[in-house]
Structure formats: C-alpha cells, structure tokens
Design a protein around this ligand. Structure first.
Ligand code: URA
Length: 196
C-alpha cells in the first residue's frame, strides 16, 4: 500500500519503539514544505523542540534560519526533520539503538518528500545517512550521490554556536549548496536578498 503523510505522522505520534518515548513531551516529526526539493536533517530534538513539537526552534534553530536566509531559503522552501524524533535526555547524542528504532520514519519521510538535495546538519546525521566513517571536520561541504540524491553535510548550528571559528567554512559550504540548488532544483525560487 502507498505510504501517506497522515499514516506516517500517526504512527510516529504513537511510537514506543525505544525508551525515549518515556521521557518525551512531544514527538518532533518535521516542519516545512513536504514538496521541497531540499531536505535538512538534524540530530534530535532539544528541550525547546520537545516542548513545542517543532524542530529547530531554540537558539540553534534561529541560527539555522539565519543560515538558510543567507542562501535565499526559508522554512517554506525546505523540509526539516531529525534522525530521532524524541528528545534524548540531557541533550546527549542519540544512541545507536534509538537511531535504529527511528530511522525507518526518516526513510519514509525522505521517500515522501523525494528531495534532490539532502543536507545533513552535523556529524550524527552524516554518519547515519552518508557514511559511518564520516568526519565532519574533514568531510563537511563534500558532495555524495546517495540513492538518487545529492547529499552533503555542514556543521550543526549548535556546534557553530559553541565554536564560531567554524563559521567561515560553513559560509563557503552554504554558498556551494546555493549553487547546487540553482543547478538541480528548478522548482525552488530563492528569496531575493533582504526579502527574508
Ligand atoms: N538540534 C537538532 O539536531 N534538532 C533539532 O530539532 C534541534 C536542535
């Protein structure tokens, strides 16, 4: 049977596949345009996301919005979600068992969106979606062809808040993504400078 957003969201909302369901306030499913040509995948919800059910709403989320605006994108032009949909307590990295339990939901989201470009936000997403040997310091900004998509990874906005010295490299990576959007995303019209 064909998958649907309704079925997927319903299953996700009731999920008890790993221990994170015991401590979550909300399942953080995804946000943005389900028909986007560009998808961004983070690691997992933090406290603000757990409280609201929306990905990237805290300080890291504000920075992510600023990063998108630099290249003429916003939440209407992309789809954003995470490797795990429930908050790991204390903001620790999601465990492999938690990622394994949750990855099927992300695979189904990817299959429904069918993005041309998938941007991993940080190491955890890149190791899971691109290569388990991915090293963010070495491999950020590189392009990989995976399952018919162009994939890349940039530093996680939280990492950029902790270490602003990484911002110039991330700016270059964002410009590279902008070029690729112009090349292979015909339905995505970037906002004009100052519009966002
Ligand atoms: N960090 C993430 O990886 N995802 C969020 O949704 C928020 C912060």
């Amino acid at each position: 049977m064909q998958d649907s957003w309704e079925a997927l969201a319903r299953e996700c909302a009731g999920c008890r596949e790993c221990a994170l369901h015991q401590t979550r306030k909300n399942v953080v499913f995804g946000v943005g345009n389900p028909q986007a040509e560009i998808m961004l995948v983070g690691e997992g919800p933090g406290a603000n996301e757990d409280a609201t059910g929306v990905p990237f709403v805290g300080r890291a989320g504000q920075l992510l919005d600023d990063m998108l605006a630099i290249i003429g994108l916003d939440r209407e032009r992309v789809y954003i979600c995470n490797i795990v949909k429930c908050r790991p307590p204390g903001n620790r990295d999601p465990l492999n068992v938690e990622q394994d339990a949750c990855i099927g939901y992300l695979r189904r989201q990817i299959a429904l969106v069918r993005p041309r470009i998938l941007v991993c936000l940080g190491r955890i997403a890149a190791m899971r979606l691109i290569d388990d040997k991915f090293r963010i310091t070495r491999d950020h900004g590189r392009w990989y062809d995976v399952d018919g998509m162009r994939m890349t990874a940039i530093y996680h906005p939280s990492a950029l808040l902790r270490d602003p010295s990484r911002r110039p490299e991330t700016f270059d990576d964002l410009k590279e993504i902008q070029r690729e959007v112009g090349r292979i995303c015909p339905r995505t019209t970037p906002a004009k400078p100052g519009e966002l």
